[in-house]
Design a protein around this ligand. Structure first.
Ligand code: NAP
Length: 244
C-alpha cells in the first residue's frame, strides 16, 4: 500500500515517512527545497525493503500538486492510499507587524495545500473504498498563541477541514484524522530563544520536549487497520500540554 507524506525531507514528515515504511507502506516522499535530505531518506526506506521515490513539488501551488499526483501514479503504478498532509511553515510575529504575505504564505502552505492534496487523493480513495487522510495540525490550532495568528488560523482551519472530510467520506471507507503536536524538536522550533523553550517546557506535564518519532507513531496508528473505527478526531501529541 502506498503512502504520500508531504514535506517529508525533514523533521516530523521525515519521521512519519520512515515509520510508515517500517509498517510496510511504500512511500512517496515529497519535498520542496531540501533535495539531499529527501534523497537520503529515500535510500533509508529502500534499505528497509520498501519502495520509495522522491517528488519535488511546492504543495502550496495547486498545479504542482496535480502534477505530483500524476507523477506518483506513473512511478508506482498505483494510487495513494494514505495521505499525510504534513508540510508546514511559520512566519511568527505580532499581528500589527504581520504582513499580508506572512499571512498568505502560512495559509497557503499549511491549509490550502492540505485541501489541494486531499482533493487530488480522494477520487481514487473513494473508488477503492479505502483511504486514510492524516493531517498534521498543532495544539496552537486548539488554543491560539500570541505571535502566531496566521499559524493558529491555518491549524484551526485544518481541524475543521479534517472533520468535514471525515463526515463527507465516511461511507466510502475513508477516515480523516488530525494530529496536534505540541512542542517537538525540529528545525521549526530550533529557532526559538532558550527562555521561550524553557517557558514551554515548564507547561508540559510529562516534562520533556517531544520527538518527531512521537508524532510518527501516532500517524502510523491512524494509517493502520487498528484505527479503522476512528474518524474526525484530533489527537494531541503534546506531553499533556493542552488536555482539551
Ligand atoms: P520542519 O522541520 O521545518 O520541516 C518542514 C517540512 O515542510 C520540510 O520538509 C519542508 O520541505 C516542508 N515544506 C515546507 N513548505 C513546503 C512546500 N511549500 N511544499 C512542500 N514541502 C514544504 O518542520 P516540522 O517541525 O517537522 O513541521 C512539520 C509539521 O508539523 C508542520 O505542519 C508543522 O506546522 C507541524 N507542527 C510542528 C510542531 C513542532 O513543534 N515542530 C508542532 C506542531 C505542529 P523543504 O525543506 O524540502 O522545503
Amino acid at each position: 500500500m502506498l503512502a504520500l507524506v508531504t514535506g517529508a525531507s525533514k523533521g516530523i514528515g521525515r519521521a512519519i515517512a520512515l515509520e510508515l515504511a517500517k509498517n510496510n507502506f511504500d512511500v512517496a516522499i515529497n519535498f520542496n527545497r531540501s533535495e539531499e535530505p529527501a534523497k537520503e531518506l529515500c535510500s533509508e526506506i529502500k534499505a528497509l525493503g520498501r519502495k520509495a521515490e522522491i517528488f519535488k513539488a511546492d504543495v502550496s501551488d495547486y498545479e504542482q500538486v496535480a502534477e505530483l499526483f500524476k507523477k506518483i501514479k506513473e512511478s508506482f503504478g498505483e494510487s495513494v492510499s494514505v495521505l499525510v498532509n504534513n508540510a508546514g511553515v511559520t512566519r511568527d510575529t505580532l499581528l500589527m507587524r504581520m504582513k499580508p504575505e506572512d499571512w498568505q504564505t502560512v495559509i497557503n502552505t499549511n491549509l490550502n495545500a492540505a485541501f489541494y492534496c486531499t482533493r487530488e487523493a480522494i477520487r481514487d480513495m473513494a473508488k477503492a473504498r479505502f483511504g486514510r487522510i492524516i493531517n498534521i495540525a498543532s495544539v496552537v490550532g486548539l488554543t491560539g498563541n500570541a505571535g502566531q495568528a496566521n499559524y493558529a488560523a491555518s491549524k484551526a482551519g485544518i481541524i475543521g477541514f479534517t472533520k468535514s472530510v471525515a463526515r463527507e467520506y465516511a461511507n466510502r471507507g475513508i477516515t480523516a484524522n488530525a494530529i496536534a503536536p505540541g512542542f517537538i524538536e525540529t528545525d521549526m522550533t530550533a529557532v526559538l530563544k532558550p527562555e521561550v523553550k524553557d517557558g514551554i517546557l515548564n507547561s508540559i506535564p510529562l516534562g520533556s520536549i517531544g520527538k518527531p518519532e512521537d508524532v510518527a507513531k501516532a500517524a502510523a496508528f491512524f494509517a493502520s487497520e487498528t484505527s479503522s473505527y476512528i474518524t474526525g478526531q484530533v489527537l494531541a501529541v503534546d506531553g499533556g500540554m493542552t488536555m482539551i
